[in-house]
Write a protein that binds this ligand. Structure first.
Ligand code: AMP
Length: 503
């Protein structure tokens, strides 16, 4: 029976003794053993009453078993719903209620807090701990290691990934088998992944980056993953010599550059470094090349669309850009107010269409209609432009756009000037409410180690570089910028913190 996602990602590895996962302690798990375990999980899931199309929510620490639950869901046709491990029980309640999950798997330590409302909703809850123990594992232990794969179609739903909800209520993006499979196939080819690759995996697996990009690509290629619970500098330095590729968020790269053990010799053998999920500073890109001789390949994607663009494997990987639309994905820049396509070089909203784009938000038809056009283009909410060579540049989120006295200000333009200043490590520009202008830009700066930026000199430079209405009315120095687990700067938190500056 056909199940395209299972067959392409998992099924083809049945019985193979090739290593799929290697853990920090050196322990290895073969493709075949991984599939046996996930088949037992698929039996456990169906015996607990779930059938194709039902939702299974997981809030478990990153582990081989957490990944086996994903595989078991694909094999049994159950919709996989991974949740950020940092969510509190009351946050988790929202996702369970919203998705109507029938089964919740969590770490034993969280079970007591989640149990009351899971039961109130008529759902089941079981424990699955990172070490492979827990009531769910017990349930699966005596099950057969073969499972009759559920028949699924390319348009059937495979996963719900909830958006991070940094700008509003979190929404369940419904992703089909075809969304995940097409993107994984394209990326595997575009980035030349093969069975000889060993991917150093230090990303979380509740997010599209670590779950779908890294894992699905490795599975299609038949390669190995060095599977770390999280980004741990000592472990990364120790394991890099065994890896051929690393996928990371920009903070991985800035942290690596801050460690003297991260040398050209350490990574001379590496094939590829990929960055995404948040903007990589052009300076980080350049410093990385100076240090290692490698050019980081930056790509752009999101929960709703998987990956949309990538810098080229062979051609120029251009710092400060996210490259070209991936094969099969169309990308255009549109006027935010009229929706009409803008010419090359003009900034507008990025819209994308392709087999990678989700089918809508779960039980939110109005939100879906607002963001997904009838012709299939998804209004990403990111602002960007396409330059004369076809490279896509991201300027920021539309919601971060500052409108001061009726004039549009793109924070990125100011951030680039701030970042280039002596003593400035990084910056974030936000709009703060202002009695005269509605909003006005405020520059938030993080200083380089052991330096104190000269704010007077920076102000003078801003006056030279930017039109008056774009010049930040205040510069504030912070020790660090607030970031989420994927390294994204939380501008909403900054706006809240500095909401009263001019009142
Ligand atoms: P998420 O849905 O959590 O993956 O967040 C997706 C958002 O992250 C996108 O809409 C972009 O705003 C941002 N993003 C992802 N990759 C990049 C990148 N390479 N450069 C800049 N922003 C990015």
């Amino acid at each position: 029976m056909a199940n395209p996602l299972y067959d392409e990602l998992f099924g083809k590895h049945a019985g193979k003794s090739s290593v799929f996962l290697q853990l920090a302690d050196g322990q290895t798990i073969s493709h075949g053993d991984f599939l046996n375990r996930s088949a037992q999980f698929a039996h456990a899931i169906t015996q607990l009453g779930l059938a194709a199309g039902d939702r299974l929510a997981v809030q478990i620490e990153k582990s081989p078993d957490a990944l086996a639950v994903y595989c078991a869901c694909v094999q049994s046709g159950v919709i996989f719903l991974p949740l950020n491990t940092a969510y509190t029980p009351s946050e988790v309640e929202y996702f369970i209620v919203n998705s109507g999950a029938k089964l919740v798997l969590c770490d034993q330590a969280k079970q007591q807090a989640l149990q009351p409302f899971v039961h109130r909703l008529g759902a089941e809850i079981h424990a699955l701990n990172a070490d492979g123990s827990g009531s769910f594992a017990d349930h699966a232990a005596d099950k057969p290691t073969k499972f009759d794969t559920a028949e699924r179609d390319i348009d059937d739903l495979a996963a719900f990934l909830y958006t991070s909800g940094t700008t509003g209520q979190s929404k369940g993006a419904m992703l089909t088998q075809g969304n995940l499979l097409s993107n994984a196939q394209v990326l595997t080819q575009y980035w030349r992944f093969t069975a000889s690759d060993t991917l150093l995996h230090a990303l979380p697996i509740f997010h599209t980056h670590g779950l779908f990009v890294a894992t699905n690509v490795s599975l299609i290629a038949g390669g190995r993953m060095l599977f770390l619970p999280k980004f741990d500098m000592d472990a990364i330095i120790e394991l890099l010599p065994m890896a051929t590729t690393l996928m990371g968020v920009p903070t991985f790269y800035t942290r690596l550059l801050n460690d003297p053990r991260f040398t050209r010799e350490l990574v001379g053998h590496m094939r590829l470094f990929v960055s995404g999920s948040a903007p990589l500073l052009a300076e980080t890109h350049i410093q990385f090349e100076e240090r290692t001789g490698h050019r980081i390949l930056e790509r752009y994607g999101m929960t709703e669309t998987n990956m949309n663009t990538s810098n080229p494997y062979d051609g120029e990987r251009r710092a400060g850009t996210v490259g070209f639309p991936l094969p099969g994905t169309e990308l255009k820049i549109t006027d935010p107010s009229t929706g009409s396509t803008l010419p090359e070089g003009e900034i507008g909203i990025i819209e994308v269409r392709g087999p990678n784009v989700f089918t809508g938000y779960w039980q939110m038809p109005e939100k879906t209609a607002e963001e997904l056009r009838h012709d299939g283009f998804f209004i990403t909410g990111d602002l960007g432009m396409i330059d004369g060579d076809g490279y896509v540049h991201i300027v920021g989120r539309n919601k971060d756009l500052i409108i001061s006295g009726g004039l549009n200000i793109y924070p990125k333009e100011i951030e680039l000037v701030l970042d280039a200043q002596d003593g400035v490590l990084e910056s974030a520009v936000i709009g703060a409410p202002h009695p005269d202008f509605g909003e006005t830009p405020v520059g938030i700066i993080v200083a380089q180690q052991n330096t104190e930026p000269d704010l007077v000199a920076i102000k003078a430079d801003l006056e030279n570089a930017l039109a008056r209405f774009k010049q930040p009315q205040k510069l504030i120095v912070l020790d660090e910028l607030p970031r989420n687990t994927m390294g994204k700067v939380q501008k909403k938190a900054l706006r809240e913190r500095f909401a009263d500056l001019f009142s």
